[in-house]
Write a protein that binds this ligand. Structure first.
Ligand code: PEP
Ligand code: MN
Length: 345
């Protein structure tokens, strides 16, 4: 349910509504927008009479039911785009951020070379896996904390904020000490304890869509983070499982356009995991921006043929640099704002 306050309502009137919610053991999430102040009411048992009861409170304009099962992430609650600030990089609201870097951090030389190359090409953030969720336990599973230290070193030199995955609730504190944006991988989209832990951390979260998750399940997972009082969630469409085997996954561009309509949260695309093939990354990257994505996360490796994970879908530094001006051209054609200028080349 949403309680819409009258323009110019007083603090004590807002507090009176919140106090009544507490009496019912419900939570009120205050959303102060430019146009209106609303209170999102969430809880397991909202009394059927509450909508009518609060409608008569002083300072209340109206009370509305939220029709979707997710509440705090819904555009019904907050019609304007949420902008998530990741160490100064603003994601959402018509942004076109490009997060780039290797699937996994493999060595100091590899991450530093990639960081410099993607920064020079105009990337706005650096990615790199430290804890890797791998389908086989016999493949490279990441360098752990050593990789986190190397990412911090790369940030120090390039100024790029860093994104890396956290796989367990126990690791949230550790990863949050280094990272600027915590990635929840597709395989963990429904790890509800992990979602609550990153929610409590207050850190910006990049929530990837599960391999076979519906859009509603994806948004309900985001709801877990917001329900902990953390509004800093960025969604990421990374391809879903379909009957098709010619590509690794199927980039669901419907999901990008629909998520932008249903939620106020920023939406990124991951055309690397979305296709599984480096030569399909550029066309799908451009299509994703055209479909309304607020940017993308792309795998880039200085020597893709020797990558320890996801080489087949990684762009070389040269191919990434060639793609950037095209991304900015599509974004500009749609009236979007690239976060940095494309360097002359
Ligand atoms: C990754 O970003 O390298 C990754 C493992 O992504 P996903 O969780 O989408 O498979
Ligand atoms: Mn990967």
């Amino acid at each position: 349910m949403i309680v819409v306050m009258q323009a110019g309502s007083e603090e004590q009137q807002i507090e009176a509504v919140l106090e009544r919610l507490r009496e019912y053991h419900l939570r009120g999430h205050l959303v102060r927008g430019e146009e209106r102040t609303v209170i999102g009411v969430v809880g397991a048992a909202i009394p059927p009479t509450l909508k009518e009861e609060l409608a008569h409170f002083a300072g209340v304009k109206e009370t509305l039911r939220i029709t979707q099962p997710y509440k705090l992430v819904s555009r019904e609650l907050r019609p304007t785009d949420t902008i998530v600030d990741v160490r100064g990089v603003k994601v959402g609201g018509g942004s076109c951020v490009v997060v780039a870097g290797p699937c996994a951090v493999e060595s100091e030389a590899q991450i530093m070379a990639t960081a410099r190359a993607v920064r020079d090409a105009g990337a706005t953030m650096l990615r790199g896996g430290a804890f890797k969720p791998r389908s086989s336990p016999y493949t490279f599973r990441g360098m752990g904390e050593d990789a986190l230290r190397l990412l911090a070193q790369a940030r120090e030199e390039t100024g790029l904020p860093i994104v890396t995955e956290v796989m367990t609730p126990n690791d949230v504190d550790l990863v949050a000490r280094y990272a600027d944006l915590l990635q929840i991988g597709a395989r963990n989209m429904q790890n509800y304890q992990l979602l609550e832990e990153v929610g409590r951390s207050g850190m910006p979260v990049l929530l990837k869509r599960g391999l076979s998750a519906t859009i509603e399940e994806w948004l309900l997972s985001a709801e877990y983070v917001l329900a902990q009082g953390n509004p800093n969630v960025i969604l990421c469409e990374r391809g879903i499982r379909t009957f098709e085997t010619a590509t690794r996954n199927t980039m669901d561009l419907n999901a990008v356009a629909l998520a932008k309509r249903r939620t106020h949260l920023p939406v990124l695309i991951d055309p690397s995991h979305g296709t599984g093939k480096w030569y399909l990354v550029p066309p799908l990257a451009l299509a994703g921006i055209a479909a309304g994505a607020d940017g993308m996360i792309v795998e880039v490796h200085p020597d893709p043929d020797r990558a320890r994970s996801d080489g087949a879908q990684s762009l070389s530094c040269e191919n990434f640099a060639a793609l950037m001006p095209k991304i900015h051209a599509v974004a500009a054609a749609l009236g979007r704002t690239p976060m940095v200028e494309v360097p002359e080349r």
